[in-house]
Design a binder for this molecule. Structure first.
Ligand code: AMP
Length: 220
């Protein structure tokens, strides 16, 4: 089985979570979706969750130190031995530099960074209609990819809900945060020869195929 060690980069709503899951399944790697980890911590009211809750609600980034430690620990777990898909991390230059240091001490390197591109109006439509399963985290869209069971998850029957930070007021903050703090990573990884640009518009399977094509011989 080929292994991959990749970062999915892109604005909120680019489809990173959906594509991360497909890559995890295809390559049998771990999937590290920092937003999912933080949301679970908030629900479970862990110390991490208590620290992160206000940032998530405002659509702002949690402090670099918090998230870097979390990812550093997660990467050492057994299911990451065959590779990883990072979704939502790194999100700042400082996080990218920390990731470089962490991977160096582990004696591994990134295969590539997939920069998912999507126009602004598509982002807003996707985020405003996004629904997630409270139980298993499966993703739906109210219009483009609805559950066949109304407000219940097709996969497990769990209740579907709208993320607090997908409400219109917070979407704008998150897009601003992306532009100012995360978009500079496109150049950062471009200069290091790691970047592949992926057209994120279209059907999930088509985007997945573009990603596989961009990964080319990675890990083989
Ligand atoms: P996401 O599900 O990736 O859109 O993340 C949801 C929220 O979690 C973000 O708006 C941030 O508040 C927080 N978050 C997720 N990943 C990071 C990260 N790498 N650095 C800082 N905050 C993050």
């Amino acid at each position: 089985m080929a292994s991959v060690r990749v970062v999915l980069l892109g604005p909120p709503g680019a489809g990173k979570g959906t594509q991360a899951k497909l890559l995890r399944e295809q390559f049998d790697t771990c999937q590290i979706s920092t937003g999912d980890i933080l949301r679970k911590a908030v629900v479970d009211k862990t110390p991490l969750g208590q620290e992160a809750a206000a940032y998530l609600n405002r659509g702002e980034l949690v402090p670099d130190s918090v998230i870097v430690n979390l990812v550093g620990e997660r990467l050492k777990e057994k299911d990451c031995e065959n590779g990883f898909v990072l979704d939502g991390f790194p999100r700042t230059i400082a996080q990218a530099e920390s990731l470089e240091r962490i991977l160096k001490t582990m004696g591994i390197r990134l295969d590539g960074v997939l920069s998912m591109q999507i126009p602004h109006d598509v982002i807003v439509d996707r985020l405003a209609g996004r629904r997630s399963c409270k139980n298993c985290g499966a993703l739906y869209h109210r219009v483009f990819d609805p559950s066949t069971r109304g407000g219940a998850c097709d996969q497990c029957g769990g209740e579907l809900y709208q993320r607090d930070d997908d409400r219109e007021e917070t979407i704008n903050t998150r897009l601003n945060v992306y532009e100012t703090q995360t978009a500079p990573l496109v150049n950062y990884y471009g200069q290091r020869g790691k970047l592949s640009e992926i057209d994120g518009v279209g059907k999930v399977d088509d985007v997945h195929r573009r990603i596989i094509q961009a990964l080319g011989g990675v890990g083989n």
